[in-house]
Design a binder for this molecule. Structure first.
Ligand SMILES: Cc1cc2nc3c(=O)[nH]c(=O)nc-3n(C[C@H](O)[C@H](O)[C@H](O)COP(=O)(O)OP(=O)(O)OC[C@H]3O[C@@H](n4cnc5c(N)ncnc54)[C@H](O)[C@@H]3O)c2cc1C
Length: 619
């Protein structure tokens, strides 16, 4: 590998990923660690990277405590209800009690916030959402990170975490490569904060062929947030809790502002309220959860999926009434312009003017993430003042590897953080990481040149596979010796789609299918040793795929372990079709042994801390 230059950088805190959580972490690390060396490494360019690259139209998590609008307890109850009881309430509460201060900083930094003309408060879209003119949201938070970091590295993909060789189970940094120069980068760090976003494209998307890349979750979010810690042996939680979104068809335009602000509603092809029709059937599956308010997101999806399967589709959003009001019509269109321009283009191309035609909705392929209405991710320590012993091991948001922290989509168990909550969680993780270093927990770390060299060989192997294998091609582009990243990606998506509950099987799976899926994933992993990359961009695609495949394995193991259908509408275990509170009112936690590659899974109690505390106060 002599032709790839190696750069070494020693630092105190390394932030992997400069999205919402990563910018929050970088900013806060400087606040507490004035003299520390803080580095942020981003796969794209921090100014326009991650799920918020294009902008947002609403900040989905704001308590409004200054006006007595909501309290953190209310948010915990809300997230718990939406996730059918399965959240880490310590993490949710901790995020909620700090999130308002984050939003106030965004306001100070110049993010245009919409105001309620009568009250002067932030304009609410719903109970938790406030509206913004958010096209410039990402550059604004990126600026805060750029001013805080010693250095931001753009265009470097982190491929592996480095482990300390002096003390077991302690982090030592990370390595990656620059996809423009091809150079290899070694970051030796005392603490690492992984903030690398969620995972799209692990299940086959609805849009394939010429439409490929049009997904709801950012297509460049490739599950590094999960694969990096999984490969290093960190514990993960709730990885079965993938999310399916109900969105405008083909463009995946968001529906939140439509439901909440424009007061539009859905109906089946016959103009009926189909959700009511499925009430009794859903009650059979999940019992009283269907009577909760608001109706959990997965159960609303369930009614949609059942109605379409029963022949009642297409499902439409009724926009023709609201759009008669010129103000609401403008809001409806602008909602896409700052966030999902593609939806407006799709409507134009399909001759849909929502003033006169009710647009179609669809349910998406599943995604894996930890910050939206779902909570897959790493098993982390909570804050010391809130967390029960099972949830606490010293430093807030530290994974089960010493010195390795997480935030945003990386962290499991804490749903409904969204952009503001992810930034907040980055801040919390950074504060704890600084303390970890100040407490001298990172002293004496040893990372040998051999460890770095071994990773370097592994990182560039796909280039070598290509260089050698291409000589065997006698015609066309298909090699007998290597697979290309796109071939591997499509193979992964097919396995996940058909065996693990994707769109082809209408989100249905069972124990036998999952076991078969795991076999196929094993063989895929084997073949990925022979993936070929013709240039540095394809090398990035190769590593994105490897991270997606490892994430998928973990998702499949978790789905097999939880023998119930906890979230109908997200996926179904056909062999255990009902929610089973007696046996499965618990969190699932996995660990992959880095030596053997085998996963072990366990049940961990879910503590309902908020109402427990209230019960105690009352007694
Ligand atoms: C379509 C969509 C709509 C949304 N709408 C809203 C909304 O209206 N309001 C709201 O508040 N929230 C919304 N969210 C949620 C919000 O965007 C996320 O909660 C938030 O971005 C998560 O932050 P994160 O830092 O975990 O991930 P991201 O912000 O996605 O950041 C991850 C970063 O890591 C980088 N990265 C990934 N892998 C690597 C690697 N291997 N090496 C180096 N860097 C890497 C990525 O390039 C990226 O910059 C929406 C999300 C989506 C997808």
């Amino acid at each position: 590998m002599a032709n790839h230059k190696t750069h070494y950088e020693d630092c105190d805190i390394l932030v992997v990923g400069g999205g919402m959580a990563g910018t929050g972490a970088t900013f806060e690390a400087r606040h507490w660690g004035r003299d520390m060396k803080i580095i942020c490494v981003e796969k794209a360019n921090i100014d326009r990277s991650g799920a918020v690259a294009q902008g947002l139209y609403a900040i989905n998590c704001y308590m409004g405590m200054q006006w007595g609008e909501n309290q953190p307890e209310d948010h915990v109850r809300y997230a718990r209800n939406d996730l059918m009881g399965m959240v880490r309430e310590d993490l949710g509460y901790d995020m909620a009690r700090h999130v308002d201060s984050t939003v106030h900083m965004f306001d100070e930094w110049g993010l245009p916030m919409m105001k309620n003309e009568k009250t002067g408060r932030y304009l609410r879209e719903g109970k938790w959402q406030i509206m913004i003119h958010g096209e410039s949201y990402k550059p604004i938070v990126a600026e805060a990170a750029k001013k805080s970091a010693d250095k931001i590295y753009n265009r470097i993909m982190i491929t592996h975490l480095l482990m300390d060789e002096a003390q077991d189970n302690r982090i030592g940094g990370a390595v990656g490569f620059n996809m423009r120069t091809g150079d290899f980068h070694v970051f030796r760090a005392k603490a690492v904060i992984v903030a690398a976003g969620g995972a799209s494209h692990i299940f086959k998307p609805r849009s394939v062929g010429e439409g490929m890349g049009r997904t709801w979750y950012a297509p460049w979010s490739n599950g590094s947030a999960y694969a990096l810690p999984i490969a290093a042996g960190a514990k993960m939680t709730q990885m079965e809790n993938r999310i399916v979104l109900c969105r405008f068809k083909d463009g995946y335009g968001p529906v939140g502002a439509y439901f909440l602000h424009l007061k539009t509603y859905t109906q089946n092809a016959n103009g009926e309220n189909y959700e009511k029709k499925w009430y009794e059937q859903t009650k059979e599956l999940v019992g009283e959860y269907i009577d909760h308010h608001p109706t959990p997101t997965c159960l609303r999806n369930h009614a949609f999926i059942q109605e379409v399967a029963a022949g009642g589709g297409p499902i439409h959003m009724v926009t023709t009434e609201a759009f008669q009001d010129p103000h609401l019509e403008t809001v409806g269109w602008e909602n896409f312009l700052g966030m999902t321009v593609g939806q407006a283009v799709v409507w134009a191309s399909q001759n849909i003017d929502p003033k006169y035609t009710n647009p179609e909705l669809t349910t998406s392929e599943p995604y894996v993430m930890g910050s939206h209405a779902t909570c897959s991710g790493a098993w982390v320590s909570g804050p010391e003042d809130l967390s029960p012993p099972e949830y606490f091991w010293g430093y807030n948001r530290m994974l089960t590897i010493e010195g390795l922290f997480g935030a945003g989509d990386t962290v499991g168990g804490s749903a409904h953080k969204f952009s503001s909550g992810s930034f907040t969680e980055g801040r919390l993780a950074a504060k704890a990481a600084v303390k970890y270093i100040e407490d001298k927990k990172a002293d004496g770390i040893k990372v040998s040149d051999k460890q770095c060299e071994d990773f370097k060989k592994a990182v560039y192997k796909p280039l070598e596979n290509y260089t050698i294998g291409r000589n065997e091609i006698t015609g066309g582009t298909v090699s007998p010796s290597y697979i290309s990243p796109i071939q591997g990606l499509q193979r992964l998506q097919k396995i996940m789609d058909e065996y693990v509950g994707g769109i082809t099987s209408n989100y249905m799976t069972n124990g036998n299918m999952l076991k078969r899926g795991l076999e196929l994933l094993d063989w895929l992993q084997e073949d990925l040793e022979n993936i070929g990359a013709e240039d540095y961009h394809q090398l990035m695609r190769a590593w994105e795929l490897k991270h997606r495949a490892l994430t998928s394995q973990c998702v499949t193991e978790h789905t097999l372990f939880r023998e119930e259908t906890r979230w109908p509408g997200y996926y179904y275990r056909g062999d255990h079709m009902k929610l089973d509170d007696e046996n499965w009112h618990c969190l699932t936690v996995s660990r992959r042994d880095p030596q053997t590659g085998k996963f072990t899974l366990e049940k961990v109690p879910v503590y309902h801390i908020v109402d427990e505390n209230e019960k105690k106060k009352a007694s």
